[in-house]
Design a binder for this molecule. Structure first.
Ligand SMILES: Cc1cc2nc3c(=O)[nH]c(=O)nc-3n(C[C@H](O)[C@H](O)[C@H](O)COP(=O)(O)OP(=O)(O)OC[C@H]3O[C@@H](n4cnc5c(N)ncnc54)[C@H](O)[C@@H]3O)c2cc1C
Length: 468
């Protein structure tokens, strides 16, 4: 009997879920409301694509498994993505001081525009599988509380019902899944929002001559000062460009959208390095500002009732403050859970499959959720959460760990393994990490950005601000 799966949304979660499904069904149809570009171009349905996106190693590893035979890392690098070592290729000012740089490589992350990343993944999946993408906006699910049987979709040709043996909702943060489930008779879905009121502002610059090897530069927000958070990042992307993203929280931390204000904001950060780097750089775009970046979670795995043959992945399941750079990796890990369950089971109609995938996907949300929320609750003006006794305890330990990581490779690599989503948070409680944390940093804090003499020279050459 011929089997069909339908995926709602052709973003990262959707294309990766489609790749997983293509190994076990005869037909996978991805329904996408947006018009998809034929190349690495920005599109309306992905407004966050204007802003900096770091792809963490755990997410890339999941992608490699989901689209075998492609070599996703090589595919992305060939398309123009850059690889950045967290240990040696990045400079970051944390609330506890500058991270040192080490000779060891440590976990790597990929940087490129979101348009390139989505296009490269879509291209790889469409080239190496029989997945097809059709334009159409899904309006609701069909079936009942016991089992989803398809979707109702609006296309240019009119409304249509598409039957399916399995449906994945990967329609992103605006997903209407709670309403759709209510339409099937499933209600009472628990949801939680923790919203620091983050605003992102991004501008792309031409990488100045001689600066193409300058490390990725981050000045992180400090949640522990009872003041709105402010942060800035210079991230290398394809085409010899820098993507410069600023982010700030509600109540005065929001970055402005005018060029002078944008530069001034970078210079007013706890270290002016971002401003010094871009002060003489040539802007290639306007400044794009967006909101709607709260942490939002749907606890679908806790629902008393769950229909067979339906799962929800990616941002439709949970979104995170983007400052922690984890949404795409969590989306890929969720699709990886689906892939593993399908590989282990007896096909998409296996009883209990959907529930197992939903629980597994929730487990991969947990670490990123805890990391983002346990920091966001400290910003003044955060809505939907205040520090609990557990947050205070976790914060005490993680602040000490980060302080240690500024001068201890052992502590730093534990932290990077977790932020890369290579390991779960339990990695921070292993004896090596705990002992290092209790001992404190063996090296004194770095004074100023940890740059090599030649990088210092580059910075001096670029600086038009006169600030030192
Ligand atoms: C400012 C910002 C910066 C970020 N930075 C990072 C970062 O550095 N690292 C990181 O890992 N993550 C980052 N993220 C998070 C990341 O963007 C998301 O986690 C990721 O896009 C989730 O992928 P997705 O496929 O679930 O959803 P999306 O990428 O949003 O895709 C959903 C797709 O579904 C389509 N769709 C929606 N409704 C329907 C419908 N009814 N019918 C058919 N199609 C529909 C949409 O058009 C879209 O194509 C950032 C987010 C923001 C907002």
């Amino acid at each position: 009997m011929s089997r069909r799966a339908v995926v709602i949304g052709a973003g990262l979660a959707g294309m990766l879920a489609a790749a997983a499904l293509s190994t076990v069904v005869d037909e996978v149809v991805v329904l996408e409301s947006d018009e998809l570009p034929g190349g690495p171009e920005h599109r309306k349905g992905l407004p966050q694509g204007r802003h900096a996106h770091l792809l963490m190693a755990g997410g890339l590893a999941a992608m490699e498994d989901l689209v075998p035979g492609v070599g996703m890392r090589k595919h992305l690098l060939a398309a123009g993505a850059r690889e950045v070592s967290l240990s040696s290729g990045m400079i970051a000012l944390t609330p506890e001081g500058w991270f040192r740089r080490w000779r060891h490589e440590g976990p790597q992350m990929l940087t490129c525009s979101r348009a390139l990343l989505d296009w490269a993944v879509r291209d790889a999946v469409l080239t190496h599988t029989d997945v097809t993408v059709r334009q159409g906006r899904v309006a609701e699910l069909t079936g009942g509380a016991a089992r989803v049987e398809g979707v109702r979709v609006s296309t240019a040709a009119g409304d249509e019902e598409l039957t399916a043996d399995f449906v994945v909702d990967a329609s992103g943060r605006g997903s209407r899944v709670v309403t759709w489930l209510a339409g099937l008779g499933i209600s009472g879905i628990e949801e939680k929002s923790v919203d620091a009121g983050l605003v992102n502002a991004t501008r792309v610059y031409r990488t100045p001559e001689g600066a193409d090897r300058f490390p990725l530069t981050i000045v992180q927000a400090n949640p522990y000062l009872s003041r709105p958070g402010r942060s800035g990042m210079v991230m290398p992307i394809e085409g010899d460009r820098w993507m410069v993203s600023l982010a700030g929280t509600r109540g005065g931390g929001e970055p402005p959208s005018d060029p002078e204000g944008f530069l001034q904001y970078t210079l007013d950060l706890p270290d002016p390095i971002v401003g010094r780097l871009i002060s003489g750089a040539e802007p290639l775009t306007d400044i794009h500002v967006s909101r709607s970046t709260s942490n939002h979670r749907r606890y679908l795995e806790k629902s008393r009732q769950w229909p067979e043959r339906f799962v929800v992945l990616g941002d439709a399941l949970a979104t995170f403050n983007p400052a922690y750079g984890q949404g795409m990796a969590v989306a890929a890990l969720g699709a990886g859970v689906l892939g593993r369950e399908l590989a282990a089971g007896t096909g998409v109609t296996a009883p209990g499959l959907a529930r197992r995938v939903q629980r597994g996907a929730a487990a991969s949300v947990n670490a990123a959720w805890t990391m983002a929320v346990s920091q966001d609750v400290w910003f003044p003006g955060t809505r939907g959460g205040a520090p609990t006794a557990a947050d205070r305890l976790v914060t005490k330990y993680t602040r000490r760990l980060i302080r240690t990581a500024t001068g201890s490779y052992r502590a730093a690599s534990a932290l990077w393994d977790v932020t890369s989503l290579n390991s779960g948070p339990e990695r921070l409680l292993r004896p090596g990490a705990v002992l290092a944390t209790l001992g404190g940093p063996p090296l004194p804090p770095a004074v100023g950005a940890p740059l090599t003499p030649s990088e210092r020279e580059v910075l001096r050459g670029l600086d038009r601000t006169g600030v030192r």
